[in-house]
Design a protein around this ligand. Sequence first.
Ligand code: SF4
Length: 61
Amino acid sequence: MRKPKVDQTLCIGNEACVTIVPLVFKRNKEGKAYVVDSRGKDEETINYVIKQCPSQTISWV
Ligand code: SF4
């Protein structure tokens, strides 16, 4: 099963991903997003988040 991944070197910390699916994405102390747990979220929702990320930081692995 594919999982979303955040490239923290590109993340600008605008929280779009965290706002849309807070159970999947969180921000670390530096304000960079990371994936907590993507189980239970359909790919359509994650694909929507990927499109909303302004720095195109989220990808599938
Ligand atoms: S939407 Fe993109 S740029 Fe914004 S916090 Fe999430 S990963 Fe970072």
